[in-house]
Design a protein around this ligand. Structure first.
Ligand SMILES: NC(=O)c1ccc[n+]([C@@H]2O[C@H](COP(=O)([O-])OP(=O)(O)OC[C@H]3O[C@@H](n4cnc5c(N)ncnc54)[C@H](OP(=O)(O)O)[C@@H]3O)[C@@H](O)[C@H]2O)c1
Length: 216
């Protein structure tokens, strides 16, 4: 699959490296192709990765993964061009930092970043996924160390094909995809990301834990 990843920072770079190892082609959609944060993942991935201006990456991608800061989302979606019928996987979190330096979600509980993105990205089919862990957990496909349990990858969308693609991409990274329902469930998945961040900080910034689903 050709995956257009918008943003080549911590998260975009880690996802790109791991999906490339799983056999996908990566096009990083960035403001300045080939320079800055894009350079390390491009150099590491080699021939199966390239970088392009955002609308060019979106045009060629079979799927678009959004991995920019929440504060850039408006500008980035405007830059994408025609996104009608495109599948956009939103991996952002609408985080803001208060004056005391503590993180919170900036949109309240009556909407979510994913729903706002669906509103902005006219005609796109939006899914929420890959937002509930730090990038370190996406950087190492296979995930040795969790015993028989696979880490859970919670996702949601109103579009069945978008869900299928998320599930395939999650399995390629060694996760167990967990379909949580329609896009409105992003109102639960974004706070879950905040909980993960707070626990990681509480544990001395240790990112080596994930959510798992125990069934009986
Ligand atoms: N980091 C994580 O572990 C993690 C995990 C889950 C979800 N997330 C979410 O993923 C998103 C990205 O986080 P990150 O840590 O990867 O950020 P990051 O390392 O700062 O990278 C951000 C990327 O977005 C690009 N960008 C920033 N502003 C832009 C704009 N106005 N137009 C176009 N591109 C722009 C940057 O490009 P330039 O180099 O040109 O600035 C860079 O490639 C955030 O929403 C975050 O909440 C992060």
């Amino acid at each position: 699959m050709k995956i257009a990843i918008i943003g080549a920072g911590n998260l975009g770079g880690a996802l790109g490296r791991s999906w490339a190892k799983a056999g996908h082609t990566i096009i990083f959609g960035v403001r300045n192709p080939g320079v800055g944060k894009t350079q390390p993942p491009l150099a590491e991935i080699g021939a199966s990765a390239s970088s392009a201006m955002i609308p060019d990456a979106v045009r060629v991608g079979d799927v678009v993964v959004l991995a920019t800061p929440w504060q850039a989302v408006n500008e980035v979606i405007s830059a994408m061009g025609d996104v009608r019928n495109k599948i956009i996987i939103d991996a952002t979190n609408p985080l803001s930092l208060n004056a005391e330096g503590s993180l919170s979600l900036s949109l309240g509980s009556s909407t979510s970043g994913a729903e706002e993105i669906a509103r902005l990205a006219d005609g796109a089919r939006v899914a929420k996924a890959f937002n509930t862990y730090g990038w370190e957990n996406f950087a190492n496909p296979g995930y040795p160390g969790y015993g028989d349990l696979k880490p859970a990858l919670f996702h949601c969308s109103d579009d069945d094909e978008a869900k299928e693609i998320v599930e395939k991409l999650a399995k390629d990274l060694g996760f167990e995809p967990v379909d949580t329902g329609g896009l409105g469930m992003a109102r639960s998945l974004e706070p879950l990301a905040l909980m993960w961040i707070r626990l990681a900080i509480r544990n001395g910034r240790n990112p080596n834990f994930t959510w798992g689903v125990l069934r009986r």
